[in-house]
Design a protein around this ligand. Sequence first.
Ligand code: PLP
Length: 470
Amino acid sequence: MTDHKPQTMGQQFGRRSWAEPWKIKMVEPLRMITKEARQQALIDAGYNTFLLRSEDVYIDLLTDSGTNAMSDRQWSGMMLGDEAYAGSRNFYNLEQAVQTYYGYKHLVPTHQGRGAEHLLSQVAIKKGQYIAGNMYFTTTRLHQELAGGIFVDVIIDEAHDPQNLHPFKGNVDLAKLEALIQDKGAENIAYISLAGTVNMAGGQPVSMQNVKELRALTDRYGIKVYLDATRMVENCFFIQEREPGYDQKRIAEILKEFCSYTDGAWISAKKDSLVNIGGWLAVNDWELFEELRNLVVVYEGLHTYGGLAGRDMEAMAIGIVESVQDDHVRSRVGQVRYLGELLTDWGVPIVQPVGGHAIFVDARAFYPHIPQDQFPAQTLAAELYLDSGIRSMERGVVSAGRNPKSGEHNFPKLELTRLTIPRRVYTQAHMDVVAESVKAIYDKRLQTHGLRLVYEPKYLRFFQARFERV
Ligand SMILES: Cc1ncc(COP(=O)(O)O)c(C=O)c1O
């Protein structure tokens, strides 16, 4: 017996506890396979967590994409699917939800985010044009490159430093952007590719002031701004929390204001919008919409379903409304933050400040003895799985791919392993188990060896690459 007094989660961190604004109605059993079986599963998967079978995973933090738990209302919406080929009523419900909460005029549904990225890139980029953005995202940049564009990163320098505590590390560096415009000429900039809570920077937000200033700058040069709104709701939480003048505004109001400074947006609804599949592209300009609406028919499906079933559009429409509720966003980001607070307290190097959807472990600092060409972040994901069956993913040199011209690895400054928290799926006890496992592999970090790449596919190699132990 110790004389230690039990404390609630809030008390441990000197604040009041928060709780999820829902209760659980249906459960899915979890199981952990033995250490020997995990070892074998990892070898079979070529040390790539994307190649593990999900039934061999205990707690799945691979991604927050499409892994959301839907509400009873969303499930009942699934039963109201109007599966007509054309003009499904669910499309009009979705269109209305996007117009109401995001504020754009014209909607093109797509099967998921990359479908929308493909359409926008094909329509808005001319070969050889530049696309400036606040850090690249894997599928976004690939579609921009496949359309003949050249991506240029214009995020602020602070975003590349995992320990820098800037409250809006997702901000665009307007001086870098203006220098690019002057160097290349405004007519050679296809558009600005602005992302909310920048995934590759650790889920870091963009401030309202930054997007306003971006609007003013791009207006001077006649350049369009398109928003990757995939995790924009989470971005709005940080504006509400950190930006003067926004603490009394609701998430829904902040979202609409932010979007109003942009010309259009695309989304992977598999994140913020609390569904398992879906996406869209929405713009204000009628002529651009006409082109997009024409192309969607070629690649996705008719313009009133875009590759989705009617029921999926209904679940998305309801999910959008649920996603902007303040208590939902607070508990969602709060859960991520809880895990971050534990790891920070125990000295584990993670990207600070903690972002909206995931904990990003700084794998370079975690394994200082493993060089970047031996894939420290991939190694960390493998070790975590081996320790406890927890699945995470690499966001470092493997994700960054190769330079299309030289064929060399792109070596990003950030070499991160992402523990991504699905929305409304895991409990606080799961977060405790995760934190303890990360700590366990941290304690034996110096005995860990890196990995060697033995196979890589041509595109988006992180999904299917295979490795061996060095
Ligand atoms: C910021 C961001 N943009 C775009 C995408 C692509 O969306 P999807 O996976 O639905 O194709 C994702 C998800 O992977 C993402 O995180």
